[in-house]
Unconditional design. Structure first.
Length: 413
């Protein structure tokens, strides 16, 4: 399976897809999947931009609206996670994951899916210690504070991912796992990004929760973005012999290393996106303690036993199939030929997404995303503490770097 990995999208779907198509022609290959590591900016219309936390000069429609409206269709299957510059109101509609547009799938605040027989997990957002233990209390329309906190990673979502026991092939996070620079050539990194050296030396660069997930899940590949540079590393997990190849990529700009193509062993295609049975069982088990207020919550004492949920999920998927529910538009798409309101959505106006409703019905769960209820945990578990052996030798990931087509990037821009 040939997979294209992209750093920060920043709404530049047209450019990224055109770059991939150029590389396909240049190397006579067919890309099977595009993975995006956040700052995707799935902005459907001008009102969505009010949920985007960027400086006013960066508030642009970009190109996602064309894919949402059906004017364009993504030429290859695309999976993305959220970063810190997103249309957060739309991603909240799809908290559990779903099609943001035809052929473009959002993994959710946290999620695991299968593409062919490749298992892909992801964690949206960035780490902030002050919000990490809080619940998901933010609701659109966001105020000056919640527009900045809504994309902060929450312990609840991380704890769900910590329950994953079956092997993960690829994991996506927006910011880097804490300590990942110890496993690569950080001296070369700071020559390109000198502003990172202070945090690297202090051991504060990166996402502490992502580091826990890296130690627990030990995926074959881990991809990130956020810091707008390319960096690769190899994490040696020690006595079990497992290693994780880490790669961070830049944002989509001319002459920047924002895209890389690699080949991963897999079954023969055609490849389809499917729900993951284990992840659905975890989601069902933990939905009863979904924290929806700004109070701190502690999940380190919750013990999951997902066997009963696993049996129910398996029977449900056998009955309806494992493909995700179909894409559905919930608001009008931007129309450049018509004037549109730039105001934000009013409280209670943001719609329930039919995909999310169908997903919850499948799992026999209530819809909680428009509520602010405090729920209580009823079971108890230990969070394992694992360690990894650091390897300071940088091991590049084999693949086609987009800079091999720099002259075409210039044409595309």
């Amino acid at each position: 399976m040939k997979i294209a990995v992209e750093g920060c999208m920043h709404g530049e779907l047209d450019t990224v897809y055109q770059t991939i198509q150029h590389l396909e022609k240049l190397h006579d290959i067919k890309i099977d999947l595009l993975l995006c590591c956040g700052d995707f900016q799935a902005i459907r219309n001008e009102r969505d931009m009010q949920s985007l936390n960027v400086l006013p000069k960066y508030k642009e429609m970009k190109s996602f609206w064309k894919y949402y409206s059906g004017q364009e269709v993504a030429p290859i299957p695309t999976i993305f996670i959220g970063g810190n510059h997103e249309a957060s109101n739309y991603l909240w509609e799809l908290y559990y994951g779903g099609w943001a547009a035809p052929n473009i799938f959002f993994l959710g605040c946290a999620g695991v899916v299968k593409f062919g027989n490749i298992r892909i997990g992801g964690l949206s957002g960035i780490y902030n210690a002050g919000d990490y233990h809080r619940g998901h209390y933010e609701r659109p329309p966001y105020n000056e504070k919640t527009i900045r906190s809504v994309y902060h990673v929450r312990e609840y979502d991380v704890h769900k991912l910590m329950q994953v026991a079956e092997p993960i092939d690829i994991f996506l996070s927006h910011d880097w796992p804490l300590g990942i620079t110890d496993c690569g050539n950080w001296q070369q990194l700071v020559r390109f990004k000198p502003g990172l050296e202070k945090d690297i030396q202090a051991g504060t660069l990166g996402n502490r929760a992502a580091a826990e997930l890296l130690e627990k899940l030990k995926p074959s590949y881990w991809f990130s973005a956020h810091l707008h540079c390319k960096f690769s590393a190899l994490v040696d997990h020690g006595k079990d012999g497992r290693k994780t190849k880490f790669l961070a990529l830049d944002k989509c700009l001319p002459q920047r290393r924002f895209l890389q193509i690699l080949e991963i062993e897999s079954e023969c295609g055609p490849f389809e996106l499917h729900y993951d049975e284990e992840w659905l069982a975890i989601t069902r088990k933990f939905n009863s303690i979904f924290p929806l207020t700004n109070k701190n919550a502690n999940f380190r004492d919750t013990t999951p036993d997902i066997r009963d949920c696993r049996e129910l999920v398996r029977s449900k998927l056998e009955a309806r199939g494992a493909k995700p529910f179909e894409f559905a538009r919930t608001v009008p798409a931007y129309d450049p030929n018509q004037s549109q309101s730039k105001g934000s959505y009013q409280r209670g106006e943001c719609p329930r997404n039919p995909q999310t409703e169908s997903f919850l019905q499948l799992l026999e769960l209530p819809y909680l995303l428009d509520q602010g209820t405090t729920l209580t945990a009823t079971a108890a578990c230990d969070m394992p503490s694992l360690s990894i052996k650091r390897d300071t030798e940088e091991i590049p990931i084999d693949g086609i770097d987009e800079t091999e087509g720099d002259e075409t990037e210039q044409q595309l821009h």
